[in-house]
Design a protein around this ligand. Structure first.
Ligand SMILES: NC(=O)C1=CN([C@@H]2O[C@H](COP(=O)(O)OP(=O)(O)OC[C@H]3O[C@@H](n4cnc5c(N)ncnc54)[C@H](OP(=O)(O)O)[C@@H]3O)[C@@H](O)[C@H]2O)[C@@H](O)CC1
Ligand SMILES: [K+]
Length: 524
């Protein structure tokens, strides 16, 4: 079993669980306790976030107007109980019931606190709801939570479609209408500015496209996390977690022990890919890069990174395929590398050959040593090479489904690039990282990412952690280098070392922090 090396759910590694696992954990927590214990904690935290949002928007809480959209389940209960707390702060509260029932103690509490109740299943109620939304400062989305199925229906869908731009939107637990586990979107849904989520993350808060509807995420521990005994659905390394795992050399290390990376990349058509991949590896701290490719490309690489050594030799890991096109020597080098059993980052021009070989059972290296790094278009081409007709848009709509399918099919770790990047191994939860600015989708950026991942695998990390850490550091470096403006692949490489330096300062006792090799994931 591929296990995360940081404690799951710790500050270093955030976890998302399935709705089923959450339901079971809540049930276990509530055994022998009042059934509203957790709801009240959740509502208090939700009300606190709403107060902050109102203060930010209006400069005051008293006198502001909040509309609660309340569904039939406990998600609606959270909204109702929070609404009653807001009433006590002088907020006008309209609780709009969008279903045929609602959590009765919550309804009673809102009424007792002086809030108004609107039955939106009637024509008159729907009109009142729209009028309230038109003048609201904040809408609280308590329509559906982790037990939602499919997109919004009926009056809830109508109201969300008619939402004016004015009010801020705070979603309870998750934006209603997205699939809680898979992050897929199958119909009308809420788009939130802030999502207040309870106990653990939900898959939809980490996985595209649903995660883009959640806005900023506020996590609240309401007291059932210790009862979550199922495998997480997804994990996310935080900067602190990456800092803990980043390989830092000891005084006794030398360039060979720090990791030698062989790079088979670049072509006459794409010489820049080799330059960027090598820059990514060198600036992420690899010991040595040995470059294998056409002479003219090697000259470009050397002029950009004089520390590169041209020509094949013994390495600890390979980076294969970035910018490679129709070169018999490179194809032979790729074949040899794939047959070696050594760790490989497999990119662009080497993806299909690697996938075909592994799907056919030719697997000299275990799945934790092979990291395929396709974007959605390349993933579609890999599927085609394996005899599956999968459109690029289908992969973008259902990235979790497709990345886990591909990882199982080729028995390798697959890093599916995107604004939110997923890293899946056939066993264990998927990692999701989204630290990059939207500007990062630019030519050459995948080559840099592959270089960083190559440096980490040459240093001894397993493919899953190397992929997740590389995706994160690449995104953070792009954000640092571009300072909010457009990012370019070459400029991003200049910020890799300062980004790692920033991260290492997060390590506890970070004077001259050191990580012993035995603590590196998959250390050999
Ligand atoms: N229990 C606790 O102590 C705690 C609970 N917590 C909170 O409760 C939430 C979970 O509550 P829950 O289990 O009641 O389910 P929830 O997601 O509110 O709704 C299910 C209802 O929605 C309906 N529905 C489904 N799909 C729909 C659609 N597409 N469009 C419209 N309606 C749809 C469905 O109706 P049906 O389809 O059956 O008619 C069903 O009645 C959780 O997210 C968190 O906020 C936290 O405070 C922690 C403690
Ligand atoms: K919700």
């Amino acid at each position: 079993m591929m296990r995360p090396v940081l404690a799951v759910g710790s500050d270093g590694c955030l976890a998302a669980h399935t709705a089923e696992a959450i339901q079971a954990a809540v049930a276990r927590t509530l055994e022998g306790r009042r059934s509203d214990t957790l709801l009240r904690r959740a509502a208090a935290a939700l009300a606190g976030v709403c107060v902050d949002v109102l203060r930010d928007r209006r400069g005051a809480v008293y006198g502001s107007r909040v509309v609660l959209l309340v569904g039939t389940g406990h998600n609606g209960a959270d909204a109702l109980l929070a609404g009653a707390l807001l009433r006590r702060r002088g907020v006008t509260v309209d609780a709009v019931l969008v279903g045929d029932k609602a959590y009765q103690p919550g309804v009673d509490t809102v009424r007792a606190a002086g809030g108004s109740l609107v039955d939106a299943t009637t024509i008159a109620g729907r009109e009142r709801a729209l009028q309230a939304l038109a003048v609201a400062d904040l809408m609280v989305d308590g329509i559906i939570g982790d037990q939602g199925v499919g997109g919004l229906r009926g009056v809830a869908a109508d109201l969300v479609a008619a939402m004016p731009d004015g009010p801020a939107v705070v979603a309870v637990d998750l934006p209603s209408g997205v699939d809680p586990d898979s992050g897929e979107i199958h119909g009308a849904h809420v788009r939130a500015d802030v999502t207040v989520t309870f106990g653990t993350f939900k898959g939809c808060l980490m996985i595209a496209p649903a995660c883009y509807a959640a806005g900023r995420i506020e996590f609240v521990d309401v007291g059932f996390a210790d009862q979550l005994d199922a495998e997480p659905l997804a994990l996310r390394l935080t900067p602190g977690g990456i800092a803990e795992l980043w390989p830092v050399p000891a005084e006794t290390d030398h360039k060979y022990s720090r990791g030698v990376l062989g790079v088979v990349a670049g072509s006459d058509t794409y010489p820049g890919a080799a330059v960027l991949a090598c820059l990514g590896a060198v600036r992420a701290g690899v010991g040595i890069v040995r470059y294998v490719g056409p002479r003219r490309v090697a000259d470009h690489v050397l002029s950009a990174t004089p520390e590169i050594v041209p020509g094949p030799a013994r390495v600890q890991a390979w980076l294969l395929g970035s910018g490679v096109e129709d070169d018999a020597d490179q194809e032979r080098a790729i074949d040899t590398a794939l047959a070696s059993g050594l760790p490989c980052v497999v990119d662009a021009g080497a993806l299909e050959v690697c996938a075909r070989r592994r799907a056919a059972g030719d697997r000299p290296a275990p799945s934790t040593r092979i990291l395929l790094t396709p974007h959605a278009g390349e993933a579609a081409r890999i599927f085609a090479a394996l005899g599956h007709d999968v459109a690029r848009t289908a992969i973008e709509d259902r990235p979790l489904h497709h990345v886990t399918w591909l990882a199982r099919e080729v028995d390798a770790t697959v890093l599916l690039k995107g604004s939110t990047t997923l890293v899946a191994n056939p066993e264990g939860p998927v990692f999701s990282q989204n630290d990059g600015p939207v500007w990062l989708a630019t030519a050459g950026s995948g080559d840099v990412l592959a270089g960083i991942a190559g440096a980490l695998m040459a240093a001894g990390l397993d493919a899953v952690h190397a992929g997740a850490m590389a995706a994160s550091v690449h995104g953070l470096a792009a954000a640092k280098a571009s300072a909010g403006g457009p990012a370019s692949a070459a400029v991003t490489t200049t910020a890799i070392a300062p980004t790692v330096a920033d991260l290492l300062r997060l390590r506890p006792g970070a004077r001259r922090g050191r990580v012993s090799r035995s603590r590196w994931p998959g250390s050999r």
